[in-house]
Structure formats: structure tokens, C-alpha cells
Design a protein around this ligand. Structure first.
Ligand code: 0GY
Length: 318
């Protein structure tokens, strides 16, 4: 079934729509689990897509996201501002405000944002800003502007989410390591999984995390990184198996600084749309013990996004 984009918009040619009937996962996520990377798109008639966007998606509303959350067994969401909405965070804020405290957010802001606007975002549930360095998604923003934003959000207790391609890490290293806040990397810095897991490129990413204790990573998006793809072999659900060694390495080496998310509604995929149920079944392959699973899905995201709910909350503050 083709999903609409509403308002005066036309989907990007070849756009793959999100999948509405995910297979019930076999893996039961632990109570209190957080889907820590997902988006809302529009609906376009209500929250128009940004003029500077690089793609026009099908709508993917907060109601549809919350339905997926319940179906997969998650309790909470972290909604990340998608580039198709630019720096207009209205759809994100609307979703946060109607989530009943079950969603927190990561916004995109410009240098011109006022302190009052930052406070309003905070009150709605925003706890971070996203800096995107993926050239096909955004136009270039000068680093001094980003650094100024980072300095302004740090006192709110927010963090910076960074999205970049593995080959760009050397050039961005000095900027990333000077950010005055917790830094969360999207999708492990997009490793090229056809290269060895113990090769120089992924080693650099591991060094980045090892040498900078403020750096966390989302071990998400096997469907974006995989070359072997979603096919199950021999009746086993071993989709995206070429990504497993990379994600497992990060989870096992930095168990207290990893997050996981579906990335629903999966923007810009070109060859297939993942079944979100199978993505959940991927989790025990990368976090093989119940202790690692609890850290990845419950303890770490709760500490970062709902510190008031984490053990020792009285001293952590909200
Ligand atoms: C992701 C990945 C992508 C897109 C965006 O905000 C976005 O448009 O993040 C991508 O195209 O790789 O994390 O959703």
C-alpha cells in the first residue's frame, strides 16, 4: 500500500514507505525499554516540510509512532528532529507534548534561537540538539555557529547528537572532541561494514569513544549499513548479520554509553524497508546477555533522557 504525503507536497520519486504490519518480535524487550532513535514526519498539511529539505517523505505521524512503540513492547521514545523539517521543531514538539511524558526529543536549532525558545523546547521535553554532517541531507553550517549552539545548550543539561560518515571522522575529530557536552553518535558513525571490524577505520571510531568518555553511540540502523541485507538464512532470523560484529563490539566495549533505536520511519532507504519486528530481533545478536540488553534499552536511555526516573535520581536532577 502506498502511503500519502499530505498538504501541497509530492513524495521524492522512489520513496520507500514505512511498513505498517511489523512481525511480532520474538525478542521481548525488558520493561522500561526506550526506542531512542525515531522520527515523525508531518503530517504535511499540519506541519509543512521545510523549504530547504533534501527529500519529501510520506507522512509518519505521532499516532502511528506511538502505535508502533506499543506493538514492539517499548515504553518510551526519543524522537529526533528529521532534516525534512529543517529547524522548525513544531511536529516534534507536538508529538512530545501529547506523549504523556513517554517521549523526549532532540531538536535542530539555529544560532538565532532565543533563550526563551530553548526553554520552551526544554519544557516540551527536548534534551539535545542534532548536528548533521551528512552532505546529502543538509547544507553546510559553519562550525563556529555549531559551537556557539553547543555552549548555549550545555547549561540546560542537553547533549549534542552528531551524524556523520565514517570517512569524515578524521577531519571532524578536533571539533567533536572540543564539544562542551555529552556527545551521542548516530549509527556508530556509519561504518563501512565491508571493511574489517578490527581495521583502521573502525579502530578510529573505537578510539574516539575510548579517549572521550563523554561520547556515546547509537548502535542502530543495521538496515542502512548492511550489505548482506534483511534475508533470513536457514530459517533463522539473522538479518543484517554483517553489521553484528561492529555493533556488538561497541556494546561490549562501552556498555554504559550505548543506545538503540528503530529509526522508524526509516528515511531515504533505497532497496528495502525493514520490518521493525525483525529489527528488534537483531538486538540479542548485538547485546547477547540480559545485563547488556538492560543497559542498552533501559538504563542508558533513562539516564540520558529521563534522569529523574533513573536510580539515584534525587542527586541527578531532571
Ligand atoms: C536517520 C538517517 C537519515 C536521515 C535523517 O533527519 C534525517 O533526515 O536522519 C539518513 O538519510 O541516513 O537517522 O534517520
Amino acid at each position: 500500500m502506498s502511503r500519502p504525503t499530505t498538504g501541497n507536497f509530492t513524495k521524492t520519486p522512489g520513496w520507500l514507505d514505512w511498513y505498517g504490519a511489523p512481525t511480532p518480535p520474538r525478542f521481548k524487550v525488558p520493561p522500561g525499554s526506550v526506542d531512542a532513535h525515531c522520527h515523525v514526519f508531518g503530517p504535511g498539511w499540519k506541519f509543512p516540510y521545510a523549504p530547504e529539505r533534501k527529500y519529501t517523505p510520506c507522512d509518519a505521524t505521532k499516532e502511528q509512532l506511538f502505535k508502533l512503540r506499543d506493538r514492539l513492547g517499548f515504553e518510551r521514545n526519543v524522537i529526533v528532529q528529521a532534516t525534512c523539517h529543517g529547524a522548525d521543531n513544531s511536529a516534534l514538539v507536538d508529538a512530545l507534548k501529547t506523549s504523556g511524558g513517554k517521549a523526549r526529543g532532540v531538536a535542530t536549532v539555529k544560532r538565532a534561537v532565543t533563550d526563551q525558545q530553548l526553554q520552551e523546547l526544554h519544557d516540551a521535553g527536548v534534551r539535545g540538539v542534532r548536528f548533521n554532517f551528512v552532505k546529502r541531507l543538509v547544507d553546510f553550517t559553519p562550525k563556529d555557529e555549531l559551537m556557539e549552539i553547543a555552549s548555549r545548550i550545555a547549561p540546560l543539561g542537553w547533549h549534542v547528537v552528531i551524524y556523520f560518515e565514517a570517512e569524515d571522522l578524521p577531519e571532524l575529530w578536533d571539533f567533536f572532541t572540543s564539544l562542551p557536552a555529552t556527545v551521542v553518535v548516530d549509527h556508530m558513525g556509519r561504518p563501512n561494514v565491508s571493511k574489517p571490524v578490527d581495521g583502521p577505520e573502525f579502530d578510529l571510531f573505537l578510539k574516539f569513544m575510548r579517549e572521550n568518555e563523554n561520547v556515546w553511540s547509537k548502535v542502530s540502523c543495521p538496515e542502512r549499513l548492511s550489505l548482506t541485507g534483511p534475508r533470513a538464512l536457514d530459517g533463522e532470523r539473522d538479518a543484517y548479520r554483517d553489521v553484528v560484529p561492529f555493533a556488538r563490539k561497541v556494546v561490549e566495549t562501552f556498555p554504559d554509553r550505548v543506545l538503540w533505536g528503530t529509526d522508524w520511519p526509516h528515511p531515504n532507504l533505497k532497496d528495502h524497508m525493514p520490518d521493525d519486528g525483525l529489527l528488534v530481533d537483531f538486538i540479542p545478536h548485538i547485546a547477547p546477555t540480559s545485563e547488556l540488553q538492560k543497559k542498552l534499552l533501559v538504563d542508558n536511555p533513562t539516564r540520558l533522557y529521563w534522569p529523574e526516573l533513573a536510580p539515584g535520581a534525587a542527586s541527578a536532577g531532571a
